[in-house]
Design a protein. Sequence first.
Length: 277
Amino acid sequence: MPYQRILTVQDISCLGQCSITAALPILSACGHETCIIPSAVLSTHTGGSFSGYTFRDLTEDIPAIRRHWQSQGIRFDAVYAGYLGSVKQAAYVRELFDTLLRPGGKIIVDPAMGDNGALYAGFDGAYAAAIARLCRGADVILPNITEACFMTGTEYRESYEQSYIDDLLQALLALGAKSVVLTGVSFEPESTGVIAWSEGESCYYRHPRIPRMFHGTGDVYASAFTGAWLKGVELFRAARIAADFTVSAIRYSLDDLEHWYGVKFELALPELIKALP
Ligand code: PXL
């Protein structure tokens, strides 16, 4: 069981159970050392009924931290990028990939930028294009359908056939990533699932669709996938383990109507640990 040193670059939403506050405990539970570069610090995430949140942009800290680590000879087994605070950060994160990965180190990009056919507050087409460029050379990218559409210029649809998803996968692969895990793929009302594409093969994992929308589930999914995959779990299986963990985290949160801003993924961590080798 490999012990990996992972660098994750995403925001700190001080309250919100997303981004770094989800990635750190999930990757730690998977048994990895986790280092962080915060892309921004917000008082809460920007979704749901939060308004008036603070936003401190940390763009210029990224190259400064990189230079310090380079001076100390620090290298990472993987860099996992999530929600970034600005277009400029995408170029800085590319420099992290180029300079801080050990030979053979892995790149994981969760292009966190939107859901349900819309971009999150503060993002625009230029941001989607910058993150699409960041996907070039990634080992795995993990968009939902909204993010896949914005990055590939595909029309967003609420309902679709297999051929729409096949075309979307091909358009994503054309961005230059080696493997794609597309989340929130639903062909019928009562179920949803993930499609993973890797080395010429694809695999669909269907699971129940829970009829309540929660924030941060994409971050919880991407962190669990990354933790499992970097543990040496085969990609399709890691995609399933992460889906089961996310569904369980949602179930733990369902009966608490006041807990609308995130999922209680902490309660499902023992199940994630048990599912790992
Ligand atoms: O969960 C994605 C996410 C991460 N970070 C911030 C967000 C969101 C989604 O709204 O606002 C700051």
